[in-house]
Design a protein around this ligand. Structure first.
Ligand code: ADP
Ligand code: TRP
Length: 327
């Protein structure tokens, strides 16, 4: 096995990306493309466990690709592709499933939480961590950048790789989780963690007018203006800090501590900074959206690169476990 270090991650196309996705994940994927051989895919097979409308899934998939490219994912540095375009992964998933103890999956949180709520889970949700293991192992990935909530799935992946290697001989590269910076846990408009499921998001490519309206509606407390405030415990300040440079941040922190300011002023400053921050990406996005053939070509090239690597790994797996009956 070679010395090239590979980074891989998947992102579900379950809706338009928000600030939390950007600062918590996407920005960091993009940075890693500089140092690693990078593979990033749009996890439409995973999204099928929640999106049951064909047109929505199609649209979200394309939007996700365009958003990632607009935000700086460079197709010359990273292979960008759609999950279902690499069938090698689903074959690998089956092979891994034959060695996966039920108990291991019963402990996985997505399934466990759904069951605890009394909802019926399907086999897709139950076996989701095995598909994720296949996603990772198929590319000899060394590093997998993920949020805290996905670390359990990387542990499952390592378990499955270890037990396959033990049983059939050294086959898989052992991947490592790269837990994304928790400092980047972005609060939503209500102060809770920003998440699609809480309806408190501000989307990256929101139309500027809507974005401003959402910012103006960010919940704040009703303490008198004069009162000094602690910037470090304030979610509006946290959001402002994402976009501000060092000097702007220090000045705003000072304003908080002095008191005598209105949250409206902070919101306006936040809106101005956020708009400027994504202005370039917004322009790029408009150009990409107007050129779907280019986007399709990028995804085709990414698929080709991904399939070449996954094919090589799968060949190794087939030989190890004996499904390669011819040799
Ligand atoms: P959502 O909670 O909106 O459904 P996802 O679970 O699809 O978002 O998250 C995709 C990626 O974005 C994950 O790596 C996740 O850790 C990251 N992420 C999502 N929300 C936030 C947030 N508020 N702060 C930091 N990172 C986030
Ligand atoms: N399950 C991940 C999420 O919900 C997405 C994902 C699918 C993924 N396959 C992966 C992430 C492989 C890293 C590696 O965020």
């Amino acid at each position: 096995m070679s010395n090239v270090q590979r980074v891989l991650s998947g992102i579900q196309p379950t809706g338009r990306f928000h600030w939390g996705n950007y600062f918590g994940a996407i920005r960091q994927y993009i940075a890693l493309q500089e140092e690693y051989e990078a593979y990033y895919f749009i996890a439409n097979l995973h999204a099928l466990t929640t999106i049951r409308d064909a047109q929505t899934l199609r649209q979200n998939t394309l939007d996700a690709a365009i958003d990632l490219l607009a935000l700086g994912l460079d197709p010359d540095k990273a292979a960008l592709f759609v999950h279902s375009d690499v069938p090698e992964v689903t074959e690998l998933c089956w092979i891994l499933m034959t060695g996966t103890p039920m108990g291991l999956l019963e402990r996985c949180h997505a399934y466990k939480e759904k069951k605890a709520k009394g909802l019926t889970a399907d086999a897709g949700l139950f076996t989701y961590p095995v598909l994720m293991a296949a996603d990772i192992l198929a590319y000899d990935s060394n590093l997998v950048p993920v949020g805290e909530d996905q670390v359990q799935h990387i542990e499952v992946t390592r378990d499955l790789a270890r037990s396959f290697n033990h049983h059939f001989g050294e086959t898989f590269v052992m991947p490592k989780a790269h837990v994304l910076e928790q400092a980047a846990r972005v609060p939503g408009t209500d102060g809770e963690k920003m998440s699609k499921s809480y309806g408190n998001t501000i989307e990256i490519f929101e139309d500027p007018k809507t974005m401003r309206k959402k910012i103006m509606r960010i919940q704040t407390d009703s303490r008198p203006m004069e009162e000094p405030k602690d910037p470090d415990t304030d979610h509006l300040f946290q959001l402002y800090s994402l976009f501000a440079d060092e000097a702007q941040r220090a000045e705003m922190a000072e304003t908080y501590r002095r008191g005598h300011f209105g949250y409206g002023m902070v919101k306006k400053a936040l809106a101005d900074l956020a708009e400027a921050y994504f202005a370039e990406a917004r322009k790029k996005r408009a150009a990409l959206a107007a050129d779907p053939n280019y986007v399709r070509q990028v995804l085709r090239d990414g698929t080709e690169k991904a399939r070449a690597k996954a094919g090589e790994v799968l060949e190794r797996v087939r030989r190890a476990c004996g499904t390669a009956w011819w040799g």
